[in-house]
Write a protein that binds this ligand. Structure first.
Ligand SMILES: Cc1cc2nc3c(=O)[nH]c(=O)nc-3n(C[C@H](O)[C@H](O)[C@H](O)COP(=O)(O)OP(=O)(O)OC[C@H]3O[C@@H](n4cnc5c(N)ncnc54)[C@H](O)[C@@H]3O)c2cc1C
Ligand SMILES: NC(=O)c1ccc[n+]([C@@H]2O[C@H](COP(=O)([O-])OP(=O)(O)OC[C@H]3O[C@@H](n4cnc5c(N)ncnc54)[C@H](O)[C@@H]3O)[C@@H](O)[C@H]2O)c1
Length: 559
């Protein structure tokens, strides 16, 4: 079940094929271990290393609580002979992205003495090169789109003279937001007493981590949360100017007149929204037979009608971009395409720029996994459903967990964080298995797309295998007062469910604020709430949430 889910989110075509190189955005210059880190070692020996009395109090309290935690863990997590007898920390997390951050905050809340190791900057992909700056650019593209839509403005009785933008101003908005959120994340960890150790982390052996060149720290448990980097297929030359990945695109150093976007998944689609709003023409190159192959097909079709067809976007599907050469000496970027099935050469495109959005590769190089007999699978660290790392013999590695993009289960920020929280729950005495089918996903285009659970084809396949019936209910945004008041009636919500017992199998939404609306459905799946109970829930009028109210009410449950 989980395997098929992870494929639906992180498309199989995007998973790096073995032997393909990828561009790492994490060169990790080896940084000297900072003073803060040295202080932590003193703390481990009984000295207070923090200047604030609150932190000192928390640290002592954590240490006291952690003794209890260790005692309560029993022998299940048994350690190998080379394992240390006492520990600097209860928990060390390698990687301070959103996954590591979520795990760290929950760990200190639960009383664990916690350190987080970061080789670059706090916040990882999401904060510095992902969710955060991309959503800042999308906030701009949403407003530009609205201000440029005369028909829409006229329907609201508004008149606005030509909208324009300052590229550097837009870029600054994205960069400033990333800086602000990075600082929030750092401060939240410091305030709660998480020790931030700067340097590249390597697993030396059971319960032992090297930070930077030669500092060794020990912990009862270790979580690997080292994330991912853009995956660039072999044959594509990235110069960072005319052939770029999302790492470069988020800096918005230019807005090309014509840009090819290779890959029509989340990154491709969101950037097509940004670039077309800022005036670029976009050409999609997609290996599979349809655009947006990861979405429910009906939602994908609607998205194509609204997000692709009316915009300055054309596309080539069923083709691989095999060779891409950056612009040079007045010559354009060239993109050689081959038929995805026959592998016959097709055409060569000439464009101003190309954005490579062909998925992400786990960043697990240099982690020292060989020291603990763990072999990666296409770079991903194998884990079980409790995020416990599995070694080359198929056995659990005691005290070692991996969360987030590095395990490849679901490459989303909130999934990484939820996995981290789930691990901490286990470490502090409460067994917990995260239901990945309850984790929502959203694409922040205008309008937005969101989903949770299975697509209709996946649900029908499962139903056939397990022998139950599937039903589908739909509601349109056209019948929703709030959406019509906003002149945003284009939208659909779709519910896939079991009519025999009212179980929700999947919900897909395309429309205004779809990313916020999905949580009623995802929480219902997480908590096991059935449709017959949701039908009785009350929604404020007039709100967009009534789209889901109508959706649940229109389902025919024979329970
Ligand atoms: C353009 C873009 C937009 C996105 N938008 C969204 C979105 O809107 N919503 C969403 O849910 N997801 C989004 N994502 C995905 C999201 O960013 C990732 O799923 C998420 O960042 C994964 O978190 P993580 O903690 O596993 O890893 P990361 O965020 O990648 O963090 C890993 C951290 O580990 C550090 N590290 C790596 N190796 C070591 C080592 N050996 N020692 C020390 N430190 C190390 C890295 O420097 C990094 O800071 C987006 C991604 C991209 C690229
Ligand atoms: N809003 C969000 O939550 C959000 C936004 C951006 C990124 N992300 C995450 O980041 C990850 C990476 O996003 P992404 O869009 O790069 O990956 P993706 O897996 O969503 O899409 C990659 C696309 O590229 C196509 N492709 C692969 N190789 C190709 C080639 N050589 N030629 C043509 N097409 C090719 C694939 O068929 C697929 O459609 C995703 O797993 C996603 O979860 C999430």
């Amino acid at each position: 079940m989980q395997a098929s889910l992870s494929l639906s989110v992180s498309n199989p075509a995007a998973i790096p094929r073995s032997g393909h190189g990828f561009e790492s955005s994490l060169p990790f210059p080896s940084k000297p271990v900072n003073l803060r880190f040295c202080g932590l070692r003193r703390e481990a020996l009984g000295f207070s290393s923090t200047s604030s009395s609150i932190s000192a109090y928390r640290s002592n309290r954590n240490a006291a609580r952690s003794k209890k935690v260790w005692a309560s863990l029993g022998s299940d997590n048994g350690s190998s002979s080379s394992a240390p007898k006492s520990f600097d920390y209860d928990l060390i997390i390698i990687g301070a992205g959103v996954g590591g951050h979520g795990a760290a905050l929950h760990a200190v809340e639960k009383g664990l003495k916690t350190a987080i190791v970061e080789g670059d900057v706090v916040g990882g992909t999401c904060v510095n090169r992902g969710c955060v700056p991309s959503k800042a650019l999308l906030a701009v593209s949403g407003r530009m789109r609205e201000l440029q839509n005369e028909h829409h403005l006229k329907a609201l009785g508004l008149q606005v003279s030509a909208a324009s933008y300052d590229r550097q101003g837009v870029a600054d908005h994205a960069n400033n937001l990333a800086t602000k959120i990075r600082s929030n994340l750092t401060n939240s960890m410091k305030a709660l007493g998480v020790d931030i150790l700067t340097g590249f982390g390597t697993v030396l052996g059971p319960q032992k981590v090297k930070v930077g060149k030669d500092t060794v720290v020990t912990a009862k448990d270790i979580i690997i949360a080292t994330g991912s980097v853009p995956f660039v297929p072999k044959g594509i030359e990235v110069d960072g100017k005319t052939v770029i990945t999302s790492d470069h695109a988020l800096k918005l150093e230019s807005v090309p007149d014509w840009i090819a976007i290779v890959g029509s998944g989340y990154i491709g689609l969101e950037f097509s929204d940004v670039y077309t709003a800022l005036g670029s023409e976009v050409t999609f190159v997609e290996a599979l037979d349809q655009l947006m192959p990861g979405f429910d097909p009906e939602i994908g079709k609607l998205a194509q009608r609204v997000l692709i067809n009316p915009r300055k976007i054309d596309y080539h599907t069923g083709v691989f971009a095999t060779k891409i050469t950056p612009a040079k000496d007045g010559k354009p970027v060239t993109i050689e395409l081959i038929d995805a099935k026959t592998k016959e050469p097709k055409e060569t495109l000439e464009v101003d720029a190309a954005l490579i959005a062909t998925g992400r590769a786990p960043f697990t190089n240099g982690l020292g996994l060989e020291n603990i007999n763990v072999a990666t699978q296409r770079g991903f660290i194998p884990v079980d459903d409790r995020m416990r790392v599995i070694d080359s013999n198929g056995d659990r590695v005691p005290h070692l967990f991996c969360i987030g993009d590095a395990n490849g289960k679901m490459m989303l920020a909130h999934a990484a964080s939820a996995q981290g929280i789930s691990v901490v729950e286990q470490l502090t005495g409460r067994d917990h298995v995260l239901n990945h089918l309850s984790i929502p996903a959203a694409c922040f285009t205008h309008p937005e797309i969101s989903m949770v659970g299975l697509t209709e084809p996946q649900a029908r396949e499962k139903a056939e295998l397990e022998g139950f019936e599937v039903a589908v209910a739909k509601t349109s945004f056209k019948a929703n007062t709030k959406a019509l008041a906003e002149n945003e009636g284009e939208g659909l919500a779709k519910l896939i469910y079991r009519p025999d017992n009212g179980e929700i199998l999947g919900v897909h939404i395309f429309g205004l604020h779809a990313a916020d609306l999905i949580h009623e459905a995802s929480n219902a799946i997480a908590l096991g709430t059935r449709i017959q109970d949701l039908k009785l829930a009350v929604h404020a009028h007039p709100t967009l949430s009534e789209v889901l109210d109508e959706l649940f009410k229109s389902a025919k449950v024979s329970f």
